[in-house]
Ligand binder design. Structure first.
Ligand SMILES: [Zn+2]
Length: 217
């Protein structure tokens, strides 16, 4: 069992598809979870269908959606780090790493979840993962938490092989779908599951597994 999991991701909704089932599973086993979200995703282009957000209200709405997603998963400790959306790769590295280091010192997590530093498609995702890896890489090897990365790039399995962590989250699909559906400005529930049940084989195949790669320092 993990004592404390620190999740470091750049955007509200990054947790929903790839990690919410895993986090709900760990919470059910008694682990503590802290989710540090770097930005409010305020540069996003999705405003809901029909649109209910605009450029001004989007950050407030996405913050509320993220809070709802955390409630759905069972996460009680959400930290909003206040960096700028679509700017993570240009952030001052010392500042970014410093915030992550503070969290690690405060929480002493046994596991850190983040994006893979080079195989996560979006520059914010990769810059976020790279900051986590730099920060933890500077720690003495015997004091480092385990790092599990999420990877999506087309070529990721050629680069890093099959995931070594494959979690069956079918028992936590209720929490996972509620997490996804919390992000109403970003995803339309109807287009995801239509009128299918969570127990529908297609839903189980699409959402029932979450994959992670243990980072080798
Ligand atoms: Zn993202």
């Amino acid at each position: 069992m993990e004592r404390h999991i620190l999740v470091v991701l750049p955007h509200p909704d990054d947790e929903a598809f790839s990690a919410s089932g895993t986090l709900a599973m760990h919470l059910s086993q008694g682990s503590e979870v802290t989710y540090a979200c770097l930005t409010l995703g305020e540069m996003g282009r999705n405003m809901g269908i029909p649109p209910f957000a605009n450029r001004v209200t989007l950050p407030v709405i996405r913050k509320q959606e993220l809070e709802a997603s955390c409630r759905a998963i069972g996460i009680r400790d959400l930290r909003l780090l206040g960096f700028h959306d679509k700017m993570i790769e240009f952030e001052d590295k010392a500042k970014l790493d410093g915030r992550i280091e503070e969290l690690i010192k405060e929480l002493n997590p046994s596991l850190v979840l983040t994006f893979h530093p080079t195989l996560s498609v979006h520059p914010d995702h990769e810059a976020c993962g790279a900051a986590v890896i730099r920060t933890i890489g500077r720690m003495p090897a015997d004091r480092r938490p385990i790092v599990h990365c999420m990877a999506f790039a087309k070529n990721h399995e050629q680069e890093i092989g099959k995931p070594d962590i494959v979690n069956d989250v079918t028992s936590f699909l209720k929490q996972k779908m509620a997490s996804i559906q919390s992000h109403k400005s970003q995803f339309q529930a109807a287009e995801l599951v239509g009128n299918k049940k969570l127990s529908d084989p297609e839903i189980l195949t699409r959402f029932g597994t979450e994959r992670f790669w243990t980072y080798r320092f």
